[in-house]
Design a protein around this ligand. Sequence first.
Ligand SMILES: Nc1ncnc2c1ncn2[C@@H]1O[C@H](COP(=O)(O)OP(=O)(O)OP(=O)(O)O)[C@@H](O)[C@H]1O
Ligand SMILES: [Mg+2]
Length: 436
Amino acid sequence: MRDSTMAAERLFRRQLARATRGDGSIDLDQLQQLVVAWYEDSARDRERTDRAISLMAEELEGANRRLEGLVENLRVQNLRFEAALDNMLQGLCLYDRQDRLVVVNRRYHDILGLPPGTLVPGISHAEQLATEQAAGLHPGADLQKLLAARIARVDGQAGPAREEIFTEDRRRLDVAAQRLPSGGCVVTVMDVTAERAAEARAAAAGRLTSLGEMAAGLAHELKQPLTAIALAAANARRAAERGDTAAALVRLGRIADQAARGGVLIDHLRRFARGGESADADATADVPAAVEGALTLMGGALREASIELALHLAPGLPPVRGDGMALEQVLLNLLANARDALASSRGGPGGRIGITACQAVEGQVVMEVTDDAGGIPSSVMARLFQPFVTTKGPDRGTGLGLSICHGLVTSMGGTIEAENGAAGAIFRITLEPAPG
Ligand SMILES: Nc1ncnc2c1ncn2[C@@H]1O[C@H](COP(=O)(O)OP(=O)(O)OP(=O)(O)O)[C@@H](O)[C@H]1O
Ligand SMILES: [Mg+2]
């Protein structure tokens, strides 16, 4: 402002100098013209300035309106985002690359039993764990270790790292965590208690079906010790009649052994019908024991159908994560399928079933059940592990076998896949190393 006043003053002095004659008097007419021209000039300038200012004001108003529109848009988007977040079935936490919580939804609080708003964006992952522990979660856990293990699990995997955990009130949660390309991380939590209970019921139903199916094989298994007992009893009686106590005692010992063998079989059956005792996340299973258990129940049926069994278990297989009875049930289903496939492809007895197990990288155990029955029909290949997919007709198969296998293997943290080899089907089960 002061600058423009000084400029006006300088201009006025120049006009005055121009209107001053040589003798120092002032030409009033010229001065008047000069002043009028100067006044008109500055009036035009002012007008231009006013126009520029009003144009700028309009521009600003437009920009302001656009900004308000953007803010409103953002607000609506935010509302939509929050509504979507809060209506998700999964609990969700989003972390930035410094592992700070950026977003957490209401469902996450619900599933973990935390009062709404307990976790607020901005806290670090470590602070989140501490808040959760204060609310009764992760009882007794060393939070530093828990956090380190979580990060290691997420970083050690290309896809989402999944785990199933139990809450204090025995609910089962499926937790999946994945790194984002930005370096952040997204964690989702789902309460799968009901699904797992339904799967367990389906598995129980499947077990009973398997048991019914195995009745013939079992009768065969039990008949052997019973025949041996009857024979030994007759021999023992004859020895006693002869007064040969030593021979009678040997026969009695044989009777006791055979009775014990029958007892083991029945005991095993009972445990199988009851299902896995431990549904616990850190249960461990022994692969050779599960194979042996499955063959105890199914071996008779395979022999009866004259099926040759090729068994190759690598020595020193480590224990795997999950329940041994579940694994046994999976093997039983696969053996029953192979037996059925052999019977229908050959139209009679015979054929070959292979069971192999070997150790893979990082303590995993890979098992394969194979047969030479020609392979899985292409009509069912794509949907093989879905329930009610069967080629056996309503009176023969329920089509639940493989979907139950899939559920059981998944609950053990493993995977199951199928392909057709040159001779027949190949079912491959990959099991995770036992915890700890
Ligand atoms: N080893 C195999 N060889 C060829 N086909 C197979 C084999 N295993 C499974 N299949 C095919 O997959 C289908 C689905 O198997 P799944 O065990 O789920 O049901 P199912 O055996 O038909 O019925 P259920 O198990 O209830 O008795 C079978 O009907 C069969 O067509
Ligand atoms: Mg089946």
